[in-house]
Design a binder for this molecule. Structure first.
Ligand SMILES: NC(=O)c1ccc[n+]([C@@H]2O[C@H](COP(=O)([O-])OP(=O)(O)OC[C@H]3O[C@@H](n4cnc5c(N)ncnc54)[C@H](OP(=O)(O)O)[C@@H]3O)[C@@H](O)[C@H]2O)c1
Length: 265
């Protein structure tokens, strides 16, 4: 169901990272349906092209640009920005959805894994944002939405490294929001609980194995902990992101918007 006007984001060129993933993919569909020009990125070129085909049924093909990139690579990040600008001009919307999951207990953690999480979830995402922000500052215009998590708001069992990386996202979102708003640029975060994507299914599968139950039982158990009785859909998160990118949200600054069926208030 389309919730927003088909021209609500017609003035926007939105770069979406993690577009090959569950949440990024849905976000691309929602904002394309709102008239935005969209640049989609991820490492998996095949998935990006399949998404572009799907987007071609929602909007003009000319509104879509496909730019594969490994965000942990500095050259890739710079090339991504240059190519996105070549395709659609100034980037005035950024959705940082690329991320890696990290359900591991303290005993299971090692340096390599911690670096992997902090590199993508915090450092590389921030560096990409910083580069785009410099241009937004010149134009005094832009909206940025970061994918944090409930794990960026409170600790949970077996989640040390992921929680640290998502607390970092909430932290830089809030701090940057205060600098950016002086230039008319808004920075916000969304903090979903479980969302029905490969990432959440992987975490639930690992937890179920640890507890000696089946994946289906794990899914039921996860849903049962949520006051609304179910995990979120990617579309519900995408709609929240899309709203934050619209002018209707123009006085929402540095927020961490929870989408969790009442799990955390
Ligand atoms: N699903 C949940 O329950 C949930 C809950 C709270 C927060 N979140 C957050 O929401 C965001 C999206 O999650 P999701 O569920 O959509 O995850 P997902 O389906 O696993 O997608 C992850 C995305 O990150 C991209 N990615 C991973 N490593 C990359 C790299 N080095 N360079 C560029 N892209 C890379 C992947 O693209 P390629 O594989 O193509 O590179 C993929 O598009 C993440 O930041 C996640 O932490 C998710």
């Amino acid at each position: 169901m389309a919730l927003f006007a088909t021209d609500a984001l017609a003035h926007k060129h939105i770069l979406i990272t993690g577009a090959t993933g569950g949440i990024g993919f849905e976000t691309a569909k929602v904002v394309a349906g709102m008239g935005a020009k969209v640049t989609i990125t991820g490492r998996n070129e095949e998935k990006l092209n399949a998404l572009a085909d799907e987007l071609g049924r929602i909007t003009d093909e000319e509104n879509i640009s496909v730019q594969p990139a490994n965000l942990t690579n500095n050259e890739d990040r710079l090339k991504l920005i240059t190519n996105a600008e070549k395709a659609h001009g100034f980037i005035n919307g950024l959705v940082n959805s690329a991320g890696v999951a990290g359900g591991r207990t303290v005993e299971e953690l090692d340096e390599e894994f911690i670096e992997k999480l902090m590199n993508l979830n915090y450092k590389s995402t921030f560096l990409l944002t910083q580069e785009i922000y410099r241009k937004m500052m010149e134009r005094r215009e832009g909206d940025i939405v970061n994918l944090a998590s409930l794990s960026g708001l409170r600790g949970t069992h077996g989640n040390t490294a992921y929680a640290a990386s998502k607390f970092a996202v909430v932290g830089w979102t809030q701090s940057m929001a205060l600098e950016a708003i002086e230039y008319g640029i808004r920075v916000n975060a969304v903090c979903p609980g479980y969302v029905d994507t490969e990432m959440a299914r992987g975490s639930i599968r690992r937890k179920a194995e640890r507890n000696g139950i089946s994946f289906d039982e794990g899914m039921k158990e996860a849903a049962a902990t949520i006051p609304s009785g179910r995990i979120s859909t990617p579309e519900e998160v995408a709609n929240t992101i899309a709203f934050l990118l619209t002018d209707a949200a123009r006085n929402i600054v540095g927020e961490s918007v929870k989408i969790s069926g009442g799990s955390v208030m």
